[in-house]
Design a protein. Structure first.
Length: 247
Protein backbone atom coordinates (compact mmCIF):
# COMPACT_ATOMS: atom_id res chain seq x y z
CA UNK A 1 0.00 0.00 0.00
CA UNK A 2 1.22 3.44 -0.86
CA UNK A 3 0.30 6.78 0.60
CA UNK A 4 0.43 9.12 -2.38
CA UNK A 5 -2.12 10.21 -4.93
CA UNK A 6 -0.48 12.30 -7.62
CA UNK A 7 -2.47 14.98 -9.39
CA UNK A 8 -0.47 15.86 -12.46
CA UNK A 9 -0.29 16.31 -16.20
CA UNK A 10 1.52 14.14 -18.71
CA UNK A 11 1.72 10.48 -19.62
CA UNK A 12 1.38 7.96 -16.83
CA UNK A 13 2.46 4.31 -16.80
CA UNK A 14 2.25 1.62 -14.14
CA UNK A 15 5.33 -0.62 -14.26
CA UNK A 16 6.35 -3.67 -12.25
CA UNK A 17 9.68 -5.48 -12.17
CA UNK A 18 9.76 -8.20 -9.50
CA UNK A 19 9.14 -6.45 -6.15
CA UNK A 20 9.45 -2.97 -7.66
CA UNK A 21 6.02 -1.49 -8.47
CA UNK A 22 6.09 2.09 -9.72
CA UNK A 23 4.02 4.78 -11.37
CA UNK A 24 6.04 6.76 -13.90
CA UNK A 25 4.86 10.17 -15.16
CA UNK A 26 6.47 12.16 -17.95
CA UNK A 27 5.71 14.20 -21.06
CA UNK A 28 7.22 11.72 -23.52
CA UNK A 29 7.20 7.94 -23.82
CA UNK A 30 10.96 7.94 -24.36
CA UNK A 31 11.39 9.38 -20.87
CA UNK A 32 9.24 6.62 -19.40
CA UNK A 33 11.28 4.01 -21.25
CA UNK A 34 14.48 5.54 -19.84
CA UNK A 35 13.08 5.14 -16.33
CA UNK A 36 12.14 1.50 -16.92
CA UNK A 37 15.57 0.72 -18.33
CA UNK A 38 17.26 2.35 -15.34
CA UNK A 39 15.12 0.41 -12.88
CA UNK A 40 16.14 -2.86 -14.53
CA UNK A 41 19.82 -1.91 -14.63
CA UNK A 42 20.14 -0.78 -11.02
CA UNK A 43 18.00 -3.61 -9.64
CA UNK A 44 20.29 -6.09 -11.40
CA UNK A 45 23.38 -4.44 -9.94
CA UNK A 46 21.88 -4.55 -6.45
CA UNK A 47 20.87 -8.19 -6.81
CA UNK A 48 24.38 -9.15 -7.90
CA UNK A 49 25.87 -7.29 -4.95
CA UNK A 50 23.55 -9.01 -2.48
CA UNK A 51 24.75 -12.38 -3.77
CA UNK A 52 28.20 -11.46 -2.45
CA UNK A 53 26.82 -10.00 0.81
CA UNK A 54 23.45 -11.59 1.72
CA UNK A 55 23.40 -9.82 5.12
CA UNK A 56 23.11 -6.51 3.25
CA UNK A 57 19.50 -7.36 2.37
CA UNK A 58 18.26 -8.25 5.85
CA UNK A 59 20.17 -6.16 8.36
CA UNK A 60 18.25 -3.42 10.16
CA UNK A 61 21.47 -1.80 11.39
CA UNK A 62 24.05 0.45 9.66
CA UNK A 63 26.22 -1.53 7.28
CA UNK A 64 29.47 -1.29 5.33
CA UNK A 65 30.15 -1.84 1.64
CA UNK A 66 33.03 -2.89 -0.56
CA UNK A 67 35.06 -0.14 -2.27
CA UNK A 68 33.90 -1.27 -5.71
CA UNK A 69 30.19 -1.37 -4.84
CA UNK A 70 27.82 -0.01 -7.52
CA UNK A 71 26.26 3.42 -7.18
CA UNK A 72 22.95 2.11 -5.85
CA UNK A 73 24.71 0.28 -3.01
CA UNK A 74 26.76 3.36 -2.10
CA UNK A 75 23.62 5.47 -1.87
CA UNK A 76 21.81 2.87 0.23
CA UNK A 77 24.69 2.56 2.70
CA UNK A 78 25.16 6.31 3.01
CA UNK A 79 21.46 6.93 3.62
CA UNK A 80 21.03 4.07 6.07
CA UNK A 81 24.11 5.00 8.03
CA UNK A 82 23.00 8.64 8.23
CA UNK A 83 19.80 7.54 9.99
CA UNK A 84 21.19 4.59 11.95
CA UNK A 85 19.18 1.95 10.08
CA UNK A 86 19.83 -0.79 7.53
CA UNK A 87 20.64 0.08 3.90
CA UNK A 88 17.55 -1.51 2.38
CA UNK A 89 15.40 1.02 4.23
CA UNK A 90 16.20 3.41 1.37
CA UNK A 91 15.82 1.05 -1.59
CA UNK A 92 12.50 2.31 -2.94
CA UNK A 93 13.48 5.97 -2.89
CA UNK A 94 16.90 5.23 -4.33
CA UNK A 95 15.47 3.28 -7.26
CA UNK A 96 13.00 6.12 -7.88
CA UNK A 97 15.81 8.70 -7.85
CA UNK A 98 17.98 6.72 -10.25
CA UNK A 99 15.02 6.34 -12.59
CA UNK A 100 14.30 10.09 -12.56
CA UNK A 101 17.99 10.84 -13.14
CA UNK A 102 17.85 8.62 -16.25
CA UNK A 103 14.75 10.49 -17.41
CA UNK A 104 16.60 13.80 -17.01
CA UNK A 105 19.52 12.40 -19.03
CA UNK A 106 16.96 11.56 -21.73
CA UNK A 107 15.86 15.19 -21.82
CA UNK A 108 13.01 15.31 -19.30
CA UNK A 109 12.21 18.52 -17.45
CA UNK A 110 9.16 16.89 -15.91
CA UNK A 111 9.55 13.44 -14.41
CA UNK A 112 7.94 11.63 -11.50
CA UNK A 113 8.56 8.13 -10.21
CA UNK A 114 6.39 6.92 -7.32
CA UNK A 115 7.86 3.71 -5.94
CA UNK A 116 5.36 2.48 -3.37
CA UNK A 117 5.00 5.86 -1.67
CA UNK A 118 8.57 7.02 -2.12
CA UNK A 119 8.52 9.71 -4.78
CA UNK A 120 11.35 11.25 -6.79
CA UNK A 121 10.31 14.27 -8.82
CA UNK A 122 11.61 17.06 -10.99
CA UNK A 123 8.86 19.39 -12.16
CA UNK A 124 8.57 22.43 -14.40
CA UNK A 125 4.94 22.95 -13.29
CA UNK A 126 3.14 22.68 -9.95
CA UNK A 127 2.34 19.14 -8.83
CA UNK A 128 -0.16 18.21 -6.13
CA UNK A 129 0.70 15.15 -4.03
CA UNK A 130 -2.10 13.92 -1.79
CA UNK A 131 -1.42 11.86 1.31
CA UNK A 132 -3.27 8.69 2.28
CA UNK A 133 -3.08 7.92 6.00
CA UNK A 134 -5.23 4.82 6.35
CA UNK A 135 -7.83 5.00 9.09
CA UNK A 136 -6.69 8.35 10.43
CA UNK A 137 -9.49 10.94 10.47
CA UNK A 138 -7.01 13.38 8.90
CA UNK A 139 -7.95 13.03 5.24
CA UNK A 140 -8.16 14.73 1.87
CA UNK A 141 -5.21 17.08 2.00
CA UNK A 142 -2.19 17.42 -0.21
CA UNK A 143 1.13 19.16 -0.71
CA UNK A 144 1.72 21.46 -3.67
CA UNK A 145 5.25 21.13 -5.03
CA UNK A 146 6.22 24.27 -6.91
CA UNK A 147 8.40 24.04 -10.05
CA UNK A 148 12.08 23.42 -9.45
CA UNK A 149 15.22 22.60 -11.39
CA UNK A 150 16.49 19.77 -9.19
CA UNK A 151 15.18 16.43 -7.98
CA UNK A 152 13.11 16.41 -4.82
CA UNK A 153 12.42 13.38 -2.66
CA UNK A 154 9.04 13.01 -0.95
CA UNK A 155 9.10 9.74 0.98
CA UNK A 156 6.69 8.12 3.41
CA UNK A 157 6.60 5.29 5.90
CA UNK A 158 3.89 3.94 8.20
CA UNK A 159 3.27 1.35 10.86
CA UNK A 160 -0.45 1.03 10.18
CA UNK A 161 -0.59 1.14 6.38
CA UNK A 162 1.25 -1.01 3.85
CA UNK A 163 3.84 -3.81 3.92
CA UNK A 164 6.95 -1.87 4.97
CA UNK A 165 8.72 -2.81 8.19
CA UNK A 166 8.09 -0.20 10.89
CA UNK A 167 8.51 -0.30 14.66
CA UNK A 168 6.17 2.65 15.21
CA UNK A 169 2.46 3.22 14.77
CA UNK A 170 2.42 6.24 12.47
CA UNK A 171 -0.39 6.39 9.96
CA UNK A 172 2.07 8.36 7.84
CA UNK A 173 5.59 9.68 8.38
CA UNK A 174 6.72 11.93 5.54
CA UNK A 175 10.13 13.43 4.82
CA UNK A 176 11.17 16.01 2.22
CA UNK A 177 14.78 16.16 0.99
CA UNK A 178 16.74 16.85 -2.17
CA UNK A 179 18.51 13.55 -1.43
CA UNK A 180 15.80 10.98 -2.19
CA UNK A 181 17.72 8.11 -0.59
CA UNK A 182 18.08 10.12 2.61
CA UNK A 183 14.39 11.05 2.53
CA UNK A 184 13.48 7.35 2.34
CA UNK A 185 15.74 6.31 5.21
CA UNK A 186 14.62 9.28 7.28
CA UNK A 187 10.95 8.46 6.72
CA UNK A 188 11.62 4.93 7.97
CA UNK A 189 13.46 6.21 11.05
CA UNK A 190 10.79 8.83 11.71
CA UNK A 191 8.03 6.25 11.43
CA UNK A 192 9.89 3.96 13.83
CA UNK A 193 9.89 6.75 16.43
CA UNK A 194 6.14 7.42 16.43
CA UNK A 195 4.05 6.10 19.29
CA UNK A 196 0.55 7.02 20.39
CA UNK A 197 -0.53 10.53 21.30
CA UNK A 198 0.39 14.15 20.77
CA UNK A 199 3.62 14.07 22.77
CA UNK A 200 4.96 11.10 20.83
CA UNK A 201 4.26 12.84 17.53
CA UNK A 202 6.15 15.93 18.73
CA UNK A 203 9.09 13.91 20.09
CA UNK A 204 9.45 11.81 16.93
CA UNK A 205 10.91 14.75 15.00
CA UNK A 206 14.01 14.58 17.17
CA UNK A 207 15.33 11.78 14.91
CA UNK A 208 15.42 14.07 11.84
CA UNK A 209 16.03 17.56 13.23
CA UNK A 210 19.81 17.41 13.28
CA UNK A 211 20.39 15.40 10.09
CA UNK A 212 21.96 17.53 7.32
CA UNK A 213 19.98 17.46 4.09
CA UNK A 214 16.50 16.93 5.52
CA UNK A 215 14.27 19.89 4.66
CA UNK A 216 11.04 19.06 6.47
CA UNK A 217 8.83 16.31 7.84
CA UNK A 218 5.21 15.51 8.67
CA UNK A 219 3.75 12.88 11.00
CA UNK A 220 0.13 11.70 11.19
CA UNK A 221 -0.88 9.43 14.05
CA UNK A 222 -4.58 8.98 14.63
CA UNK A 223 -6.13 12.40 15.23
CA UNK A 224 -2.75 14.11 15.57
CA UNK A 225 -0.66 15.74 12.86
CA UNK A 226 2.70 17.41 13.39
CA UNK A 227 5.06 19.28 11.06
CA UNK A 228 8.70 20.31 11.29
CA UNK A 229 10.96 22.32 9.01
CA UNK A 230 10.26 23.44 5.45
CA UNK A 231 7.09 21.70 4.32
CA UNK A 232 5.39 22.49 0.96
CA UNK A 233 2.12 24.37 0.91
CA UNK A 234 -0.82 22.29 2.14
CA UNK A 235 -4.07 22.29 0.17
CA UNK A 236 -7.33 20.35 0.14
CA UNK A 237 -7.53 17.44 -2.30
CA UNK A 238 -9.75 14.53 -3.21
CA UNK A 239 -7.37 11.69 -2.34
CA UNK A 240 -8.81 8.65 -4.08
CA UNK A 241 -7.63 5.26 -2.83
CA UNK A 242 -8.00 3.65 -6.26
CA UNK A 243 -5.46 6.09 -7.77
CA UNK A 244 -2.53 5.28 -5.50
CA UNK A 245 0.36 3.02 -6.46
CA UNK A 246 0.09 -0.29 -4.66
CA UNK A 247 0.74 -3.98 -4.98
Amino acid sequence: MVHWHLSSEGMKEHFQLKETIVTIIADEQSHIEAAKEAIGLHRAQLERYILSDPFFKITLDPHTRTPDAPDIVKRLVNAGNAMGIGPMGAVAGTVAALAVEAMIDAGALYAIVDNGGDVAIINDRPVVIGIYAGESPIKDFAFTLEPGDSITGVCTSAGTVGPSISFGIADAAVVFSDDVSLADSAATALGNAVGAGRESVEDAFDVVKDVPGIKGAVVIQGEYMGMWGDVPQITRADVRYECITKA
